[in-house]
Write a protein that binds this ligand. Structure first.
Ligand code: FEO
Length: 395
């Protein structure tokens, strides 16, 4: 339990949010944590805070190590309120005139969240701050995932405080990667797919910068979930892989159904894909959360979306998902639409049109079946799946 010492004179004083299940539309079945880091040197510094409602707990955790009034300055790596929500309380405790280091955009964004005129000290990319025995170096991480995002690196300890990057929504008694093992990777993948995916090119650029600067990373400390101390290279490699979005022989079949016709189509299309040795992930909306579906979309080669036609449009859950999908800007996908209809049949062409705006590679005009698929319709679905499977193997 926190606080936990992560290196000599460096502590995670953040909090565990065991009960959160919905993080602004992202399902957090395992809860999360808001990590905040205290470095004790000649200068004592707090990196990031926590959600506002956990401020007392943050103060309590700090108090178990030092009197909060001994903190000389605060670093805000990121403005979003799960990390800056405790700023007002912390600054009140330590002294409101003490320096608050942040990026230039951080100063702007923090000012738009907090009316008090704190002693903001905007830093440049690469700027250093001596704490005495240690030197901090600030690294711009613009759009990972907000314009204000930055990382803080401790040269002497080779520790990177990486804000949201490399994080996972995971609440547990474990604090480090070696305590959880590979079971942490799906949580990291889900985090990437739902938070960082639209900024994949920024991720690759930043990792290149880190490599060019020859920053040694003994430990990566994100603001959510476990700290990477044993195998930081594992999450770095995964971020390169996920950012490149290299399509796998995997098809995600996302659908909803009113009277099971579109459901039957989904099943038979899946059988066609399976016959071509494609891994399938049939995921029915109203059964699967959009953020779990995105985790599967991340490395899929094909995205199939099936919807009945309802009131001349697609089913509402499909609209919700397509809006979410579009915003996350996945790349390198084959796209296909299917669905049952009664008399007008707009859902399939509407989905196709959405997929075109997302630059998915369309395979055909999609597959529509009136009312209930008969034997011929089921055969058409199977062949539709086969056709997509073959196209995936040709890529
Ligand atoms: Fe964990 Fe972007 O806040």
């Amino acid at each position: 339990m926190k606080p936990v010492q992560i290196a000599k004179d460096i502590y995670d004083v953040g909090v565990t949010d065991w009960n959160i299940r919905d993080f602004h539309g992202y399902s957090t079945y395992m809860g999360t944590s808001y990590n905040a880091y205290l470095i004790l040197d000649e200068k004592k510094v707090l990196i990031d805070t926590v959600k506002k409602e956990f401020s007392d707990q943050l103060i309590h955790n700090i108090t178990r190590i030092i009197d909060p009034r001994q903190i000389d300055c605060v670093i805000s790596n990121h403005t979003e309120l799960d990390h800056s929500g405790g700023i007002a309380r912390i600054m009140h405790e330590i002294g409101e005139n003490k320096p608050l280091y942040c990026s230039k955009m951080g100063k702007k964004n923090l000012s738009l969240h907090w009316p008090h005129k704190y002693n903001y000290q905007p830093v440049e990319n690469g700027q250093e701050l001596s704490l005495g025995r240690r030197t901090l170096s600030f690294l711009e991480a613009r759009m990972l995932h907000w314009p204000d995002s930055m990382f803080t690196y401790v040269k002497e300890d080779k520790i990177l405080f990486s804000s949201d990057a490399f994080g996972q929504h995971y609440a547990g008694q474990e604090n480090f990667d070696d305590q959880v093992g590979d079971a942490i990777m799906p949580h990291a993948q889900k985090y990437f797919a739902n938070i960082l995916l639209p900024y994949s090119s920024h991720v690759l650029k930043l990792l290149e910068t880190v490599s060019n600067l020859k920053l040694e990373l003994d430990m990566i400390c994100p603001d959510h979930g476990i700290i990477w101390r044993r195998h930081p290279e594992k999450i770095l490699d995964a971020y390169v892989r996920w950012s490149r979005q290299i399509p796998q022989k995997k098809a995600v079949i996302i659908y909803d159904s009113m009277w099971e016709s579109t459901g039957k189509m989904a099943e038979m299309i899946g059988a066609g894909l399976d016959s071509e040795d494609i891994e399938i992930k049939p995921m029915r909306l109203r059964k699967w959360h959009r953020s779990d579906i995105m985790t599967e979309v991340l490395d899929a080669g094909a995205i199939l979306v099936g919807s009945p036609t309802l009131n001349n449009g697609f089913f509402p859950t499909i609209g919700d998902f397509l809006t979410y999908l579009k915003g996350l800007k996945p790349k390198n996908k084959i796209g296909a639409a299917f669905g049952s209809y009664g008399w007008s049949g707009e859902a399939v062409p509407l989905i196709q049109a959405m997929m075109e705006t997302m630059k998915f590679k369309p395979l055909s005009a999609g597959l529509k079946i009136q009312y209930v698929p008969d034997n011929e319709g089921m055969k058409a679905c199977f062949e539709f799946g086969q056709k997509i499977g073959r196209a995936m193997k040709e890529k």
